[in-house]
Write a protein that binds this ligand. Structure first.
Ligand code: F0G
Length: 351
Protein backbone atom coordinates (compact mmCIF):
# COMPACT_ATOMS: atom_id res chain seq x y z
CA UNK A 1 0.00 0.00 0.00
CA UNK A 2 1.16 3.54 -0.55
CA UNK A 3 -0.15 6.96 0.27
CA UNK A 4 -1.18 9.46 -2.41
CA UNK A 5 2.02 11.34 -3.34
CA UNK A 6 0.54 14.64 -4.54
CA UNK A 7 -0.44 15.64 -8.07
CA UNK A 8 3.09 16.13 -9.44
CA UNK A 9 4.25 12.60 -8.61
CA UNK A 10 0.92 11.01 -9.51
CA UNK A 11 0.72 12.75 -12.92
CA UNK A 12 4.42 13.49 -13.54
CA UNK A 13 4.32 12.41 -17.21
CA UNK A 14 1.56 14.95 -17.94
CA UNK A 15 3.19 17.94 -16.21
CA UNK A 16 6.14 20.19 -17.17
CA UNK A 17 8.65 18.79 -14.65
CA UNK A 18 11.96 16.95 -15.04
CA UNK A 19 13.93 14.54 -12.83
CA UNK A 20 15.80 17.48 -11.30
CA UNK A 21 12.77 19.68 -10.59
CA UNK A 22 12.56 20.34 -6.81
CA UNK A 23 8.99 19.23 -6.07
CA UNK A 24 7.25 21.31 -3.39
CA UNK A 25 4.20 19.41 -2.18
CA UNK A 26 1.74 18.95 0.67
CA UNK A 27 0.37 15.79 -1.06
CA UNK A 28 -2.53 17.74 -2.57
CA UNK A 29 -5.13 16.19 -4.87
CA UNK A 30 -6.54 12.69 -4.61
CA UNK A 31 -9.73 14.31 -3.34
CA UNK A 32 -13.03 12.44 -2.88
CA UNK A 33 -15.50 12.07 -5.75
CA UNK A 34 -18.70 11.68 -3.74
CA UNK A 35 -21.98 10.39 -5.23
CA UNK A 36 -24.69 12.99 -4.51
CA UNK A 37 -27.88 11.10 -3.79
CA UNK A 38 -30.33 13.97 -3.33
CA UNK A 39 -28.99 15.94 -6.30
CA UNK A 40 -29.20 12.80 -8.41
CA UNK A 41 -32.83 12.28 -7.42
CA UNK A 42 -33.71 15.91 -8.11
CA UNK A 43 -32.16 15.96 -11.57
CA UNK A 44 -32.78 12.37 -12.66
CA UNK A 45 -29.07 12.15 -13.33
CA UNK A 46 -25.99 10.55 -11.80
CA UNK A 47 -24.45 13.50 -9.94
CA UNK A 48 -21.05 13.43 -8.25
CA UNK A 49 -19.30 16.07 -6.14
CA UNK A 50 -15.54 16.60 -6.52
CA UNK A 51 -14.77 17.72 -2.98
CA UNK A 52 -11.81 20.05 -3.34
CA UNK A 53 -12.16 21.34 0.21
CA UNK A 54 -10.33 18.13 1.16
CA UNK A 55 -7.04 19.56 -0.12
CA UNK A 56 -4.28 20.48 2.39
CA UNK A 57 -5.24 24.17 2.69
CA UNK A 58 -8.93 23.50 2.08
CA UNK A 59 -9.33 24.48 -1.58
CA UNK A 60 -8.52 23.44 -5.16
CA UNK A 61 -5.82 26.11 -5.28
CA UNK A 62 -3.30 23.63 -3.86
CA UNK A 63 -3.23 21.72 -7.17
CA UNK A 64 -2.04 24.80 -9.01
CA UNK A 65 0.15 26.05 -6.21
CA UNK A 66 2.29 22.91 -5.92
CA UNK A 67 3.19 23.46 -9.59
CA UNK A 68 3.61 27.24 -9.42
CA UNK A 69 5.82 27.16 -6.33
CA UNK A 70 7.80 24.15 -7.59
CA UNK A 71 8.58 25.99 -10.84
CA UNK A 72 9.36 29.23 -9.00
CA UNK A 73 11.82 27.30 -6.84
CA UNK A 74 13.34 25.65 -9.90
CA UNK A 75 13.86 29.09 -11.42
CA UNK A 76 15.54 30.33 -8.24
CA UNK A 77 12.82 32.66 -6.95
CA UNK A 78 13.17 33.80 -3.35
CA UNK A 79 9.76 35.42 -3.07
CA UNK A 80 6.27 35.01 -4.55
CA UNK A 81 3.26 37.32 -4.69
CA UNK A 82 -0.45 36.89 -5.36
CA UNK A 83 -3.68 38.82 -5.36
CA UNK A 84 -6.47 36.88 -3.73
CA UNK A 85 -10.02 36.68 -2.47
CA UNK A 86 -8.50 34.41 0.20
CA UNK A 87 -7.93 30.87 -1.07
CA UNK A 88 -5.05 31.51 -3.45
CA UNK A 89 -3.29 33.43 -0.68
CA UNK A 90 -3.83 30.65 1.88
CA UNK A 91 -2.38 28.14 -0.56
CA UNK A 92 0.53 30.33 -1.72
CA UNK A 93 1.43 31.05 1.89
CA UNK A 94 1.52 27.35 2.82
CA UNK A 95 3.56 26.22 -0.21
CA UNK A 96 5.96 29.15 0.25
CA UNK A 97 6.64 27.82 3.75
CA UNK A 98 7.47 24.39 2.29
CA UNK A 99 9.78 26.03 -0.29
CA UNK A 100 11.49 28.37 2.18
CA UNK A 101 10.27 31.43 0.29
CA UNK A 102 8.77 34.75 1.29
CA UNK A 103 5.10 35.09 0.34
CA UNK A 104 3.45 38.46 -0.25
CA UNK A 105 -0.34 38.63 -0.34
CA UNK A 106 -2.68 41.37 -1.60
CA UNK A 107 -6.31 41.07 -0.54
CA UNK A 108 -9.32 43.38 -0.92
CA UNK A 109 -9.84 45.08 2.41
CA UNK A 110 -12.72 43.67 4.46
CA UNK A 111 -13.77 41.26 1.70
CA UNK A 112 -12.10 37.98 2.57
CA UNK A 113 -13.45 35.32 4.92
CA UNK A 114 -11.97 35.13 8.43
CA UNK A 115 -10.67 31.56 8.08
CA UNK A 116 -8.69 32.52 4.99
CA UNK A 117 -7.19 35.57 6.68
CA UNK A 118 -6.24 33.31 9.60
CA UNK A 119 -4.45 30.95 7.21
CA UNK A 120 -2.40 33.70 5.54
CA UNK A 121 -1.43 34.98 8.99
CA UNK A 122 -0.51 31.68 10.60
CA UNK A 123 1.55 30.53 7.60
CA UNK A 124 3.51 33.75 8.08
CA UNK A 125 2.88 35.57 4.81
CA UNK A 126 3.30 39.34 4.38
CA UNK A 127 -0.25 40.59 3.94
CA UNK A 128 -1.40 43.93 2.60
CA UNK A 129 -5.09 44.80 2.57
CA UNK A 130 -5.72 46.88 -0.52
CA UNK A 131 -8.24 49.70 -0.62
CA UNK A 132 -9.89 48.23 -3.71
CA UNK A 133 -11.39 45.00 -5.08
CA UNK A 134 -9.74 41.77 -6.31
CA UNK A 135 -9.24 43.19 -9.79
CA UNK A 136 -7.29 46.12 -8.31
CA UNK A 137 -5.23 43.67 -6.24
CA UNK A 138 -4.36 41.64 -9.36
CA UNK A 139 -3.27 44.76 -11.27
CA UNK A 140 -1.05 45.70 -8.33
CA UNK A 141 0.42 42.19 -8.05
CA UNK A 142 1.20 42.15 -11.79
CA UNK A 143 2.94 45.54 -11.54
CA UNK A 144 5.01 44.43 -8.55
CA UNK A 145 6.09 41.17 -10.24
CA UNK A 146 7.13 43.10 -13.37
CA UNK A 147 9.22 45.62 -11.48
CA UNK A 148 10.56 43.78 -8.41
CA UNK A 149 12.21 40.39 -7.74
CA UNK A 150 9.01 38.51 -6.89
CA UNK A 151 7.23 35.77 -8.90
CA UNK A 152 3.50 36.05 -9.61
CA UNK A 153 1.56 32.89 -8.64
CA UNK A 154 -1.96 33.90 -9.68
CA UNK A 155 -3.64 31.71 -12.31
CA UNK A 156 -2.23 33.96 -15.06
CA UNK A 157 0.88 31.89 -14.25
CA UNK A 158 0.54 28.97 -16.73
CA UNK A 159 1.92 26.47 -14.21
CA UNK A 160 -1.15 27.05 -12.03
CA UNK A 161 -3.38 25.87 -14.89
CA UNK A 162 -1.13 22.83 -15.44
CA UNK A 163 -1.55 21.76 -11.82
CA UNK A 164 -5.28 22.39 -11.69
CA UNK A 165 -5.97 20.33 -14.83
CA UNK A 166 -5.16 17.20 -12.79
CA UNK A 167 -8.63 17.31 -11.20
CA UNK A 168 -10.05 16.28 -14.59
CA UNK A 169 -7.59 13.39 -14.75
CA UNK A 170 -8.70 12.17 -11.32
CA UNK A 171 -12.36 12.31 -12.33
CA UNK A 172 -11.84 10.32 -15.53
CA UNK A 173 -9.60 7.86 -13.66
CA UNK A 174 -12.36 7.38 -11.05
CA UNK A 175 -15.35 7.16 -13.41
CA UNK A 176 -13.64 5.25 -16.21
CA UNK A 177 -14.56 7.97 -18.73
CA UNK A 178 -15.37 11.68 -18.88
CA UNK A 179 -18.75 12.80 -17.45
CA UNK A 180 -21.38 14.27 -19.78
CA UNK A 181 -21.43 17.62 -17.99
CA UNK A 182 -18.93 19.29 -15.66
CA UNK A 183 -20.17 22.16 -13.49
CA UNK A 184 -17.93 24.77 -11.83
CA UNK A 185 -18.15 28.11 -10.05
CA UNK A 186 -16.38 30.84 -12.04
CA UNK A 187 -14.45 33.78 -10.59
CA UNK A 188 -11.15 34.63 -12.26
CA UNK A 189 -11.91 31.73 -14.66
CA UNK A 190 -8.63 29.89 -14.18
CA UNK A 191 -10.22 26.68 -12.95
CA UNK A 192 -12.70 26.20 -15.79
CA UNK A 193 -9.77 26.82 -18.14
CA UNK A 194 -7.69 24.19 -16.36
CA UNK A 195 -10.42 21.51 -16.22
CA UNK A 196 -11.13 21.94 -19.91
CA UNK A 197 -7.42 21.57 -20.71
CA UNK A 198 -7.25 18.39 -18.63
CA UNK A 199 -10.30 16.83 -20.26
CA UNK A 200 -9.02 17.68 -23.74
CA UNK A 201 -5.61 16.13 -23.03
CA UNK A 202 -7.10 12.85 -21.80
CA UNK A 203 -9.43 12.66 -24.81
CA UNK A 204 -6.57 13.44 -27.23
CA UNK A 205 -4.60 10.52 -25.77
CA UNK A 206 -7.70 8.26 -25.80
CA UNK A 207 -7.69 7.86 -22.03
CA UNK A 208 -11.32 9.02 -22.30
CA UNK A 209 -13.69 8.59 -25.24
CA UNK A 210 -15.27 12.05 -24.94
CA UNK A 211 -15.12 15.44 -23.25
CA UNK A 212 -17.88 16.93 -21.07
CA UNK A 213 -19.90 20.04 -21.72
CA UNK A 214 -18.44 22.70 -19.42
CA UNK A 215 -20.97 24.62 -17.37
CA UNK A 216 -19.72 27.65 -15.41
CA UNK A 217 -21.68 29.77 -12.96
CA UNK A 218 -20.90 33.28 -11.75
CA UNK A 219 -22.64 35.13 -8.92
CA UNK A 220 -25.25 37.56 -10.30
CA UNK A 221 -23.57 40.62 -8.77
CA UNK A 222 -20.22 39.55 -10.22
CA UNK A 223 -21.10 38.13 -13.61
CA UNK A 224 -18.96 39.94 -16.22
CA UNK A 225 -18.73 36.93 -18.56
CA UNK A 226 -22.51 36.48 -18.58
CA UNK A 227 -23.09 40.21 -19.13
CA UNK A 228 -20.30 40.54 -21.67
CA UNK A 229 -18.79 43.53 -19.88
CA UNK A 230 -16.50 44.35 -16.96
CA UNK A 231 -18.35 44.77 -13.64
CA UNK A 232 -16.76 47.80 -11.97
CA UNK A 233 -18.07 47.20 -8.46
CA UNK A 234 -18.69 43.44 -8.13
CA UNK A 235 -20.76 42.23 -5.19
CA UNK A 236 -21.85 38.84 -3.79
CA UNK A 237 -21.85 37.03 -0.45
CA UNK A 238 -19.61 34.46 -2.19
CA UNK A 239 -16.50 36.58 -1.62
CA UNK A 240 -14.21 34.01 -3.30
CA UNK A 241 -15.79 34.81 -6.68
CA UNK A 242 -16.34 38.54 -6.18
CA UNK A 243 -14.46 39.41 -9.39
CA UNK A 244 -15.43 41.93 -12.06
CA UNK A 245 -12.74 41.42 -14.72
CA UNK A 246 -11.61 37.77 -14.87
CA UNK A 247 -8.04 37.24 -16.10
CA UNK A 248 -8.95 34.05 -18.01
CA UNK A 249 -12.15 35.48 -19.52
CA UNK A 250 -11.29 34.47 -23.11
CA UNK A 251 -10.26 30.95 -22.06
CA UNK A 252 -13.57 30.52 -20.23
CA UNK A 253 -15.45 31.49 -23.39
CA UNK A 254 -13.34 29.00 -25.35
CA UNK A 255 -14.10 26.23 -22.83
CA UNK A 256 -17.80 27.03 -23.10
CA UNK A 257 -17.89 27.20 -26.90
CA UNK A 258 -15.54 24.30 -27.71
CA UNK A 259 -17.42 22.02 -25.30
CA UNK A 260 -20.93 23.12 -26.26
CA UNK A 261 -21.40 24.33 -22.70
CA UNK A 262 -22.78 27.41 -21.01
CA UNK A 263 -21.83 30.18 -18.60
CA UNK A 264 -24.72 31.57 -16.57
CA UNK A 265 -25.32 33.31 -13.27
CA UNK A 266 -26.92 32.40 -9.93
CA UNK A 267 -28.23 34.79 -7.29
CA UNK A 268 -26.89 34.93 -3.74
CA UNK A 269 -30.22 33.47 -2.62
CA UNK A 270 -29.75 30.49 -4.96
CA UNK A 271 -26.17 30.09 -3.76
CA UNK A 272 -27.24 30.01 -0.10
CA UNK A 273 -30.03 27.53 -0.83
CA UNK A 274 -27.54 25.17 -2.51
CA UNK A 275 -25.04 25.76 0.32
CA UNK A 276 -27.58 24.60 2.89
CA UNK A 277 -28.75 21.68 0.74
CA UNK A 278 -25.20 20.40 0.31
CA UNK A 279 -24.57 20.37 4.05
CA UNK A 280 -27.98 19.22 5.29
CA UNK A 281 -28.86 16.74 2.50
CA UNK A 282 -25.53 15.49 1.18
CA UNK A 283 -23.30 15.92 4.26
CA UNK A 284 -20.81 18.05 2.34
CA UNK A 285 -19.94 21.41 3.93
CA UNK A 286 -18.56 23.86 1.39
CA UNK A 287 -17.94 27.59 1.31
CA UNK A 288 -20.59 29.75 -0.40
CA UNK A 289 -18.69 30.25 -3.69
CA UNK A 290 -18.42 26.48 -4.07
CA UNK A 291 -22.19 26.13 -3.86
CA UNK A 292 -22.53 28.22 -7.05
CA UNK A 293 -21.85 25.10 -9.12
CA UNK A 294 -24.68 23.17 -7.46
CA UNK A 295 -26.97 26.22 -7.51
CA UNK A 296 -26.32 26.42 -11.23
CA UNK A 297 -27.11 22.77 -11.79
CA UNK A 298 -30.39 23.12 -9.88
CA UNK A 299 -31.30 26.26 -11.84
CA UNK A 300 -30.55 24.56 -15.15
CA UNK A 301 -32.62 21.53 -14.09
CA UNK A 302 -35.57 23.79 -13.20
CA UNK A 303 -35.24 25.39 -16.63
CA UNK A 304 -35.44 21.95 -18.26
CA UNK A 305 -31.88 22.13 -19.54
CA UNK A 306 -30.79 18.86 -17.87
CA UNK A 307 -31.79 15.71 -19.75
CA UNK A 308 -32.20 12.77 -17.36
CA UNK A 309 -29.71 9.92 -17.24
CA UNK A 310 -26.58 12.00 -17.67
CA UNK A 311 -23.44 11.69 -15.65
CA UNK A 312 -22.64 15.06 -14.06
CA UNK A 313 -19.74 16.20 -11.87
CA UNK A 314 -19.97 19.39 -9.80
CA UNK A 315 -16.72 20.70 -8.38
CA UNK A 316 -17.17 22.10 -4.89
CA UNK A 317 -14.05 24.22 -4.65
CA UNK A 318 -13.50 25.14 -0.99
CA UNK A 319 -14.10 23.89 2.55
CA UNK A 320 -17.05 25.26 4.54
CA UNK A 321 -14.85 25.91 7.57
CA UNK A 322 -13.17 28.76 5.70
CA UNK A 323 -16.24 30.95 6.00
CA UNK A 324 -18.51 29.54 8.74
CA UNK A 325 -20.42 32.81 9.25
CA UNK A 326 -23.03 31.65 6.73
CA UNK A 327 -23.57 28.39 8.60
CA UNK A 328 -24.29 30.25 11.82
CA UNK A 329 -26.19 33.22 10.37
CA UNK A 330 -29.94 32.82 10.67
CA UNK A 331 -29.66 29.50 12.51
CA UNK A 332 -31.25 29.34 15.98
CA UNK A 333 -28.91 29.43 19.01
CA UNK A 334 -28.63 25.93 20.50
CA UNK A 335 -30.70 25.57 23.70
CA UNK A 336 -28.77 25.35 26.98
CA UNK A 337 -29.67 22.51 29.36
CA UNK A 338 -28.54 21.47 32.85
CA UNK A 339 -26.41 18.32 33.27
CA UNK A 340 -29.57 16.23 33.38
CA UNK A 341 -30.43 13.32 31.05
CA UNK A 342 -34.20 13.71 31.38
CA UNK A 343 -34.07 17.42 30.52
CA UNK A 344 -31.70 16.78 27.59
CA UNK A 345 -33.89 13.93 26.32
CA UNK A 346 -36.97 16.13 26.43
CA UNK A 347 -35.25 18.94 24.52
CA UNK A 348 -34.00 16.45 21.92
CA UNK A 349 -37.52 15.09 21.43
CA UNK A 350 -36.43 11.63 22.62
CA UNK A 351 -38.70 11.45 25.64
N1 F0G B 1 -14.33 28.77 -5.62
C1 F0G B 1 -13.47 29.19 -4.68
C2 F0G B 1 -13.65 28.66 -3.30
C3 F0G B 1 -12.46 30.12 -5.00
O1 F0G B 1 -11.62 30.52 -4.05
C4 F0G B 1 -12.34 30.60 -6.32
C5 F0G B 1 -11.33 31.58 -6.68
C6 F0G B 1 -13.26 30.11 -7.27
C7 F0G B 1 -14.22 29.20 -6.89
C8 F0G B 1 -13.22 30.53 -8.68
O2 F0G B 1 -12.16 29.95 -9.37
O3 F0G B 1 -11.05 32.04 -10.07
O4 F0G B 1 -10.43 29.85 -11.07
O5 F0G B 1 -12.62 30.90 -11.60
N2 F0G B 1 -10.59 32.15 -5.84
C9 F0G B 1 -9.47 33.04 -6.18
C10 F0G B 1 -8.68 33.36 -4.93
C11 F0G B 1 -9.85 34.22 -6.98
O6 F0G B 1 -8.02 34.42 -4.87
O7 F0G B 1 -8.66 32.55 -4.00
P1 F0G B 1 -11.52 30.72 -10.61
Amino acid sequence: SHQWRGIIEEYRDRLPVSDTTPVVTLREGGTPLVPAQVLSERTGCEVHLKVEGANPTGSFKDRGMTMAITKAKEEGAKAVICASTGNTSASAAAYAVRAGMVCAVLVPQGKIALGKMGQALVYGSKILQVDGNFDDCLNLARALSENYPVALVNSVNPFRIEGQKTASFEIVDALGDAPDIHVLPVGNAGNITAYWKGYKEYAADSVSTSTPRMWGFQASGSAPIVRGEIVKDPSTIATAIRIGNPASWQYALAARDESGGLIDEVTDREILRAYKLLASQEGVFVEPASAASVAGLLKAAEQGKVDPGQRIVCTVTGNGLKDPDWAVAGAPQPVTVPVDAAAAAERLGLA
